[in-house]
Design a protein around this ligand. Structure first.
Ligand code: NAP
Ligand code: HSE
Length: 431
């Protein structure tokens, strides 16, 4: 690091990397006043040097050779914004071996290899920052690790995937069907290259795994997260939710109860009065409950080049400040506990159930009887639309353990008067 310049090497110069380059160029003078050092973009690893790029990028800094960044003694901070798991992991480990602090926005990588990455950073006594990996431009990692570190966090619940929030918003307020809304989200560039990661909940699962690990000081991996996507939600569910005073949202939920952790991603009915209900389109929000702070919510753009680059540049400035003060490695891994993760069968919530049943006397009584025998108590039963001799009914349960509900549903599915179970959606946020 020179007297007044900190040199940055980018791994990737795409949507996020391009945003980082633009912010460093456009806000460079202001950042220098705040930091006391100029952040100079000294190299950028890309796949294709000949690709058309923003005119302000100096072509001489482009390379396809990773060692030009990773083993370059002039580069102080490496910024990984290229994506992938294995290649990005290998490059970051090489950067640590060369005593470089690293900033990444790669949630797939952090959710899969967070433990190993933190151990390697600690060994090298350098920083690993990853604010951009969850909810794009919304500050949430540092608030959890620093600002809220005087609390016991009880709950983190968030809309952490912009694509699915956009789809559900269009279905709720503009009457779109699922596929039509997904096509629009893809056209707008919110969805991942393969939208399965968005609509099946994988992207949100990676993000909630990262948030839960930090909130509860205990490692939660992607594989620990129970996951359901939004592909089964149809216009009937949206309509019935509205009649129940709710909206449907895909939520990432992490709670700690009695020293154990539950972590899940699935569609939920939440009351229109809940602060998360008003988060629309591609926006994200994270609701955090701590024992001292109470309820707080963080809101903003959860994806996109500039919002994510905003978080990445904030991390670069922190890493540069630590370098200049000789305080790298100050806040490393915070997973010092090893809390048990509850299986979904152990989780207790309320449920919305949509069933197709034969429209005959005594049908409701037989269904209610099965629920009663499984200790599932019903809050409301509404008979909705008719289709031939079938009726669609909607039931809402009181809070019940998932295993009891599943036992009851397996019996109900076998009843001759039941056509099928149309959908089962958990109801959250009522406390
Ligand atoms: P992107 O637009 O596809 O850009 C990827 C960049 O990395 C490109 O410049 C590409 O080079 C380069 N690259 C990829 N693989 C490479 C390899 N093996 N060797 C050398 N260069 C390689 O991706 P992005 O949307 O910016 O996303 C980057 C990271 O940020 C991902 O981890 C993503 O999950 C995360 N993230 C993205 C967003 C978002 O809204 N986009 C939000 C939050 C987090 P070429 O330019 O030559 O193709
Ligand atoms: N595909 C993601 C989303 C953006 O829709 O939120 C990057 O995390």
């Amino acid at each position: 690091m020179g007297n007044d310049t900190v040199k940055i090497g980018l791994l990737g110069l795409g949507t996020v990397g391009g945003g980082v380059a633009e912010i460093l160029a456009g806000n460079g003078d202001e950042i220098k006043k705040r930091l006391g050092h100029r952040l100079q973009l000294a190299g950028a690893l890309v796949r294709d040097i000949g690709k058309q790029r923003d005119g302000s990028i100096d072509k001489d800094i482009l390379t396809t050779e990773p060692s030009d960044i990773l083993e370059n003694p002039d580069i102080d901070i490496v910024v990984e914004v290229m994506g992938s798991i294995e290649t990005a992991y290998e490059y970051i480990i090489r950067a640590f071996k060369n005593k470089k602090s690293v900033v990444t926005a790669n949630k797939d990588l952090v959710a899969a290899h967070g433990k190993e990455l933190f151990e390697a950073a600690e060994k090298a006594n350098v920083d690993l920052f990853f604010e951009g990996s969850v909810a794009g431009g919304i500050p949430i990692i540092r608030p959890l690790k620093e600002c809220l570190s005087g609390n016991r966090i009880q709950e983190v619940m968030g809309i952490i995937n912009g694509t699915t929030n956009y789809i559900l918003t269009k279905m709720t307020y503009e009457g779109r069907e699922f596929q039509q809304a997904l096509d629009e989200a893809q056209k707008r560039g919110y969805a991942e290259a393969d939208p399965t990661a968005d609509v099946e909940g994988h992207d949100a699962a990676r993000k909630i795994a990262i948030l839960a690990s930090i909130a509860f000081n205990s490692r939660v991996a992607y594989d620990d997260v129970y996951m359901e996507g939004i592909t089964k939600i149809n216009s009937h569910d949206i309509q019935y939710a509205r009649e129940l005073g709710c909206v449907v949202k895909l939520l990432g939920i992490a709670k700690e109860t009695d020293g154990e952790v539950e972590v899940r991603v699935h569609p939920c009915l939440i009351s229109k009065e809940h602060p998360l209900a008003s988060v629309k389109d591609e926006y994200n929000a994270i609701f955090v409950k701590g024992d001292a702070v109470g309820k707080t919510m963080f809101y903003g753009k959860g994806a996109g080049g500039f919002p994510t680059a905003s978080a990445v540049v904030g991390d670069i400035i922190s890493a540069a400040r630590n370098l200049s003060l000789g305080t790298t490695g100050r806040i490393g891994c915070t997973c010092y506990d090893n809390k048990r993760i509850r299986g979904i069968q152990e989780v207790a919530t309320k449920y919305y159930l949509r069933l197709n049943v034969k429209d005959r006397p005594g049908v409701l009584a037989s269904i209610a009887g099965v629920f009663g025998n499984s200790n599932v108590s019903l809050e409301s039963v509404i008979q909705k639309r008719m289709k031939g001799e079938m009726a669609e009914i909607v039931l809402v349960t009181h809070e019940v353990q998932e295993s009891n509900l599943r036992d009851a549903l397996s019996i109900i599915e076998g009843l001759s008067v039941v056509g099928d179970v149309g959908n089962v959606i958990r109801v959250e946020g009522s406390d």
